[in-house]
Design a binder for this molecule. Structure first.
Ligand code: ADP
Length: 263
């Protein structure tokens, strides 16, 4: 009988042990690879706008500033845009390293997430109007939805998601922000009718520095860190974030929050 065979038992134990070790080694190798890629991504992301800015300034110094003031103005604008990108990068990198090393602790309080959403919409309305995108809160007017979370951090999550819906939205489009009470969670969703994300890219959008269509994303600006920050903040609250998208139709990012009593 196989069940009583001590040799077979011992062999199985060794096989399980080897399997476990192989998994551990695999994980360490993945981490090492990840670190390597992370560093090379950082230096690449910094070099691109830095060298571009240097190029524009050198050309201006070489005489363009006097020779052709119109092109010179355009070069100055491009240099400024590249510097903006560098400053996003530094800000976001700083955020992510604080989040990852746990330097930032959450300040959990009870607040009305419906009014927070309305505030974020107000802050981004001017930016959305450049592309004639409408930002809408779809909940009931004047009905508070109380949650327990770090208000400032959740504001950052909402700003990053709504900002993306504008960046990757289409002209004359619309972004809706909705709240759904679930059994023991509150679900917040940000839905746009923009570019959408290819299915194969969906699992990767929360990775640091991951940007789907490189050329387009780069033109739009941003650090490629926004969604990684979103994921960190939501997971620090022990909640979940998810995405669903159809190319050419639009994208929905959702995250959950812990409810608080409405009193
Ligand atoms: P970025 O600074 O590039 O916006 P994010 O981490 O915020 O970085 O987003 C990662 C990538 O996911 C973006 O470059 C873009 O390709 C894709 N993405 C994010 N939000 C949306 C959206 N609402 N619609 C389509 N693509 C999106």
């Amino acid at each position: 009988q196989i069940a009583d065979d001590p040799i077979a038992d011992a062999e199985k134990e060794v096989r399980d042990w080897a399997k476990q070790k192989a998994l551990e080694i695999n994980k360490l190798q993945e981490q090492a690879q990840f670190r390597k890629e992370f560093l090379s991504n950082i230096s690449h992301e910094f070099k691109t706008p830095l060298f571009a800015t240097q190029g524009y300034i050198e050309t201006l110094q070489d005489g363009l500033i006097d020779d052709d003031p119109d092109i010179a103005k355009n070069f100055l604008e491009k240099a400024a845009r590249n510097l903006d990108r560098l400053s996003y990068l530094i800000h976001d990198l700083d955020e992510i390293s604080k989040l990852e090393t746990g330097i930032i602790s959450l300040t959990i309080e009870k607040f009305d997430v419906a009014s927070l959403i309305k505030e974020c919409i107000e802050d981004l309305e001017a930016k959305a109007s450049y592309s004639n995108i409408q930002l809408r809160y779809k909940g009931k007017a004047n009905q508070p939805v109380f949650v327990k979370a770090d208000r400032k951090r959740i504001q950052q999550v909402l700003i990053n998601l709504i900002d993306n819906s504008i960046k990757y939205g289409k002209k004359n489009g619309r972004t809706s922000i909705s709240i759904y009470p679930l059994f023991d969670q509150i679900l917040v969703e940000v839905t746009d009718d923009g570019l959408g994300i290819e299915e194969k890219n969906l699992p990767r959008v929360f990775e640091r520095f991951y940007r789907t269509d490189k050329s387009r994303s780069r033109e739009i600006g941003g650090s490629g860190l926004g969604l990684a920050i979103v994921k960190h903040i939501v997971e620090a609250h022990e909640q979940n974030v998810n995405v669903r998208s159809t190319e050419g139709i639009g994208t929905t990012f959702g995250f959950t929050l812990a409810p608080a009593k409405n009193s």
